[in-house]
Design a protein around this ligand. Structure first.
Ligand SMILES: Cc1ncc(C[n+]2csc(CCOP(=O)(O)OP(=O)(O)O)c2C)c(N)n1
Ligand SMILES: [Mg+2]
Length: 218
């Protein structure tokens, strides 16, 4: 399909350091800016690209080898951490394309909104959740430690309100309670491969699965 972008005025490239020998990066940016919002209060308005978005687009589409083949051929999309609803939305969008969705999240993440698992089970949304279970809101632990050091305080009470142990949480059981296939908690690396294989089979059959993997703090 030919893309009609000729009438559009090209915008100046604010990232001349990003290679674009065939102008494909420019074309991609112009194309995106030519699109209009189909609905919502912005209906009819052109798409805008923030500088960081434009930079990513140029980095993907610009660099080519001498035959004009794109150098960047695969892009991993990292969905920001939250409480699972974002990854569930992505899984829902991926479902009709037959794409396999994997969400990596922390154990703390898991605690924010485990109810999203029930939604995944209820609507049969295929997604593989891997819980990186370091038994802590470890980011908080590290932050408190850094602050204590900065202010010359002791670091012997950093676990208060930051660790998730005593008792340890079994996220596979939590998942099962929500009607989702659960594997783990996995503490022996030898168990990880078979657990992932079982979970992947469940997701391929069209349902969600959780694999709880116990890890070191960071
Ligand atoms: C609902 C909600 N509450 C609090 C936060 C702030 N927050 C961001 S990361 C984090 C700790 C997350 O812990 P975990 O997912 O286990 O990751 P770790 O730091 O252990 O790698 C917290 C409390 C948040 N993002 N969302
Ligand atoms: Mg954690």
């Amino acid at each position: 399909m030919a893309i009609k972008i000729k009438k559009l005025q090209s915008t100046a490239n604010p990232f001349p350091e990003i290679a674009d020998p065939f102008g494909y990066g420019q074309r991609a940016v112009d194309y995106l800016r030519s699109l209009k919002h189909p609905k919502s209060r912005l209906k009819g308005a052109r798409f805008e690209l923030d500088p960081w978005q434009e930079k990513i687009v140029r980095q993907i589409y610009g660099p080519c080898d001498d035959k004009g083949r794109r150098v960047v051929r695969q892009v991993a999309l990292l969905i920001p951490r939250g409480n699972r609803k974002t990854s569930l939305g992505a899984a829902l969008a991926n479902q009709k394309h037959g794409r396999f969705t994997v969400a990596f999240g922390g154990d703390g993440d898991f605690m924010y909104n485990p109810g999203a698992l029930w939604t995944a089970a209820h609507h049969k949304i295929p997604i593989l959740y891997i819980v990186q279970n370091n038994r802590a809101y470890h980011q908080e632990y590290m932050y408190l430690t850094a602050m204590a050091v900065r202010h010359g305080r002791g670091v012997d009470q950093m676990d208060i309100g930051t660790t998730l142990n005593e008792p340890n949480i079994d996220y596979a059981t939590v998942a099962r309670g929500m009607g989702v296939h659960g594997e783990g908690p996995i503490t022996d690396p030898n168990d990880l491969g078979p657990a992932l294989a079982r979970a992947i089979a469940v997701v391929r059959s069209g349902e969600p699965a959780v694999v709880d993997v116990v890890t070191e703090p960071r």
